[in-house]
Design a protein around this ligand. Structure first.
Ligand SMILES: NC(=O)C1=CN([C@@H]2O[C@H](COP(=O)(O)OP(=O)(O)OC[C@H]3O[C@@H](n4cnc5c(N)ncnc54)[C@H](OP(=O)(O)O)[C@@H]3O)[C@@H](O)[C@H]2O)C=CC1
Ligand SMILES: CC(=O)C(=O)O
Ligand SMILES: [Mg+2]
Length: 560
């Protein structure tokens, strides 16, 4: 049992050094006489559940993690589905939005544009830099679907790393949450006297690139064993910096690659069910992406690569995919397109722009509809929409869902935007308007539903299933870069991880309670893929058979 003897927060550096160590036994007399682990677990859960709002629960858990990390992670592992909506999406979104107001104590590393030219000294301030293995780095410019939150993005890096620790057993002191403070274009924050970041608009891309070059170089020098996960960069920068650094450093972009992997995995399991009902082979699936940003295009690329693995030519694979952005269907004759959309722009459509989702559905006749748009109609126009639709109705309206149901015996509908208020539709709507036939996954969690005497389980198509295992595998393989094949291996590893019971219950993703087991399996596949790609730097692992390698992976996991 860990009992905190230090003051609540006196010195960030000292505390960070202490947190991950086995908790020291306090001297006799300094704790109540009958304080016992088994009872204290109950006490902590009672305190947690007594909080009436999710943000209070978030604050309680942040304090618990700070004061008693072993208890925090123990509870995380034992109550994964209850904790993830708090420490991660959707509540982490609110924690980000309110970060500058709720701020209590330092956590993570802040690297500011003002540090340009001397980033090295900022990184050196990090305690335990010898142990650093994984960093989640955000610039706060597109946090979930909430837009540019500037420095307030820090809780997303912290939350993702908590999932690395809980979900893949990464040692707490090997993680570095980082926020790059490069300004914000959100006026509300610039005007807020409590805002904690630099008070100016975002710097131009040329300046940011000079900053990023220095940052990545100094990171590789200060933390030679570090894997970097880019998180929630605005789409243009997400693609730019992934391409710029991916062959130079061990780095991946969670929104492009992690999301690609998790959605492919859910799609594989959904397509199996849908094809069995419709008789359509994989080669006849038609996937419509509502949203063509880093996430939408990232998933489209992952699907494409899977289709080619399944024997389609590149051209055939690309033809399975349609993108929709804020201007409607993305096609070649539409005018100038952002670079990341060009590859999937349709060349077979020549009419005027089609902007209405219902018209697009009628034209494309998709088997699968993926929402990665950040937009929910009800969020955009709450008042107007409330006049016409129930309040929960999002961009996937009743008519859109019914169209999908008319086109397919088992329609695949994945509203993947986060947090839950930005989901393109609710699970309830998807079930009601398809008469319970929907194959569903959302980015943030929805509750199960009882329908027609059956209990229906919504899938959670969130990269949280992928990045812990992908990161663990990449770290253990000591990879020099993260290859596409490693990302693909993580996806196939997840798709194959359903148990017979989970399959029988119609799940598309495994139960999150099994995250450790899943992460270990994914890590094993990722290590093998790294070896095949020749990017591993841990030759001893090559000689191991799969059983021994899995035992090695499990043995490396930190346990609270
Ligand atoms: N479930 C998961 O694991 C993940 C979910 N996400 C979620 O995906 C969402 C998108 O992220 P990301 O791709 O990085 O963000 P972007 O802002 O880059 O992309 C949003 C896309 O949606 C389009 N869009 C916006 N409004 C509309 C509209 N009214 N109609 C049609 N299309 C619209 C945009 O069009 P245009 O290009 O014209 O601006 C753009 O293509 C976020 O909500 C994020 O939380 C992201 C990563 C992982
Ligand atoms: C889940 C995630 O990474 C996102 O919504 O950005
Ligand atoms: Mg993200």
């Amino acid at each position: 049992m860990t009992i905190v003897l230090t003051p609540y927060w006196s010195n960030g550096v000292q505390k960070l050094k202490m947190a991950p160590q086995a908790p020291p036994k306090p001297a006799h007399g300094l704790t109540p006489p009958t304080l016992e682990d088994s009872v204290h677990v109950i006490r902590c859960m009672k305190q947690f559940r007594s909080k009436t709002t999710n943000i209070e629960k978030y604050i309680y858990l942040s304090m618990l993690k700070e004061q008693d990390p072993h208890m925090f992670y123990r509870l995380c592992l034992d109550h994964m589905s209850e904790f993830t909506p708090i420490i991660y999406t959707p509540t982490v979104g609110q924690a980000c939005q309110e970060y500058s107001h709720n701020y209590r104590r330092p956590e993570g590393l802040f690297v500011s544009i003002k540090d340009k030219g001397k980033i090295k000294s900022v990184l050196r301030a990090w305690p335990k830099f010898d142990d650093a293995r994984i960093s989640v780095v955000t610039d706060g410019s597109r946090i979930l679907g909430l837009g540019d939150l500037g420095i307030n993005g820090m809780p997303i890096s912290i939350g993702k790393l908590s999932l690395y620790i809980a979900g893949a057993g990464i040692r707490p002191h090997s993680t570095i949450p980082i926020t790059l403070d490069l300004g914000t274009n959100t006026q509300k924050y610039l005007d807020d006297p409590l805002y904690l970041g630099v008070r100016h608009k975002r710097v131009p891309t040329e300046v940011m690139t000079e900053f990023m070059d220095e940052f990545m170089h100094e990171m590789s020098v200060a933390f030679p064993k570090l894997l970097v996960q880019f998180e929630d960069f605005s789409t243009d920068h997400a693609f730019l910096y992934l391409e710029r650094y991916r062959n130079q450093y061990p780095v991946f972009n969670d929104d492009i690659q992690g999301t690609g992997a998790v959605v492919l995995s859910g799609f594989i399991n959904a397509a199996r069910l849908s094809s069995a009902a419709s008789g359509k082979p994989l080669s006849e699936h038609r996937i419509l992406f509502f949203g063509a940003g880093s996430a939408g295009v990232g998933v489209a690329m992952q699907l494409m690569s899977f289709f080619t693995l399944e024997g389609m030519s590149e051209q055939e694979a690309r033809e399975r995919i349609w993108l929709v952005d804020s201007q409607g269907l993305v096609y070649k004759g539409r005018g100038k397109l952002a670079e990341h959309k060009e590859y999937f722009a349709r060349s077979d459509y020549r009419g005027p722009p089609i902007t209405d989702l219902l018209d697009i559905l009628e034209y494309v006749k998709p088997t699968a509809l993926m929402g990665l748009s950040t937009m929910s109609v009800s969020t955009l126009l709450p008042f107007l929409i409330s006049l016409r639709f129930p309040p929960s109705t999002g961009a996937f309206t009743r008519a859109a869902i019914e169209t999908m149901a008319a086109l397919n015996p088992l329609p695949i509908i994945f509203p993947l935007s986060n947090p839950v208020t930005l989901s393109e539709c609710t699970f309830q709507d998807a079930v009601d308007y398809t008469d319970g036939k929907v194959l569903f996954a959302s980015g943030s969690p929805f509750p199960e539903i009882s329908y027609g005497g059956r209990l229906l389980h919504p899938g959670q198509g969130n990269n949280m299933y992928i990045f812990p295992g992908l990161g663990l595998g990449a770290i253990l393989a000591r990879c020099s870069s993260v290859s596409d094949s490693m990302v693909e291996a993580s996806s196939l590893g997840l798709a194959n991880s359903l148990t017979a019971d989970e399959e029988a219950a119609g799940l598309l993703y495994p139960q999150i309670e099994r995250i450790r087991e899943i992460s270990a399996d994914i890590a094993l596949q990722v290590i093998r893929a790294a070896q095949q790609a020749g990017v591993d730097r841990h030759p001893e692992l090559r000689a191991m058979n799969d059983d021994d390698l899995l035992a090695f992976v499990n043995g490396k996991m930190w346990n609270p």
